[in-house]
Design a protein around this ligand. Sequence first.
Ligand SMILES: C[S@@+](CC[C@H](N)C(=O)[O-])C[C@H]1O[C@@H](n2cnc3c(N)ncnc32)[C@H](O)[C@@H]1O
Ligand code: SF4
Length: 377
Amino acid sequence: MTASRPARLWRRARRGINKRWTRLYNNQVARRLGRVPKATRVPRFFIELTNHCNLRCNMCPRPSLRRELGHMDWELYCDIIDRIGRLGGWYVGLNRFGESLLYPRFVDAVRRAKEVGVNQVVVVTNATLLSEERSSEILDSGLDQLLISLDTLDRATYEANRRGAKLDQVVANVDRIIDMRRQRGAVRPRIILNSVMVQEDIEQIRALFDKYYDQVDKISLKPCARYGEGQDLPFEGVPRKRWRACTQPWERLNIFWNGDATVCCGDLEGELVVGNVRQASMEQLWLGSRRALEIRRLHHHHEFGTLPVCQRCDATNADFFEGAVEQLRRVYGAMGMGDQVVGLRDTTPLVKWPERESKVNRNEGRKPAVEADDLEP
Ligand SMILES: C[S@@+](CC[C@H](N)C(=O)[O-])C[C@H]1O[C@@H](n2cnc3c(N)ncnc32)[C@H](O)[C@@H]1O
Ligand code: SF4
């Protein structure tokens, strides 16, 4: 089911109109009348192809997952992605908690998402399974962004944290896909290093920049967040939280491998599930579900004490946010890029990144240097 060009243009125009209308309503009506702002009509979608993982990383909540493990049925995936396409879905992240390259039809999943007209198809991977054959398939698949989790080039630190991975093998995989993309003269997928600052070691970060700054499209240094209980890292550095509303319930829908849909990226066990895609349309889940509306209301009024997952999360913690932005300024500053730090969204750094000459025209020069749509899942 490939969307025709007029259909794609129409969807894009409709998305633009809806976005402006929602912004107008939220700024002019909801704010003045004290109403809960409306969610964007078409959210960013995140599909958990699998919640199996081949590593046990210290800072990640995935190893303590209690939810049943599984791969998404291929038929269910096709149904979901076709519906997202008809809705005008423009951003699909193909993972949640797990390693998506373990999904047997990962490359088919990317192709199908592109066929239905999704503009940004994105995946985050630990790169352990990025063999030459897999890399070649990925480069041909139409994937828009490949985010690679590589936190450091220090073997001892990397292997102690990313339990189960071998640094040499991962670096070889990363270097090979960069090289293969270069040999093809391709600019897609954009290759972005996603590096969690499990500890702030400027020399290790500098080594990462020295090796990869000119090789990849971006190096995204992520503050280490506390997703909940069950992680190995002590977070004694995080002070008592001052509550802030989270933006996720207004902008992203995460679909677990079994079809359950939740409005939060840190909802490991499904505490904020708003329904199941097998029983409801995307619109019903996103715009009509009572549970979703209630979660937004609670966040809007800073009353989410009844939502344990939100209470535990760093995204609702003003102290974490302010500390994280300071940390970003500090570490990017040490790389000579401190003034390019724009802020933080969820736990993703917003950093202006210089466009590389060969890539300036990939979107007919329409994109600004930094845009929310570019961001990591
Ligand atoms: C949950 S992983 C799933 C994808 C894949 N398994 C991987 O490791 O790339 C998605 C991203 O979250 C990052 N991550 C894990 N724990 C984190 C934490 N406590 N704070 C910030 N990012 C974290 C990972 O490094 C990875 O880049
Ligand atoms: S960060 Fe990725 S690879 Fe590591 S345990 Fe979490 S999901 Fe698995």
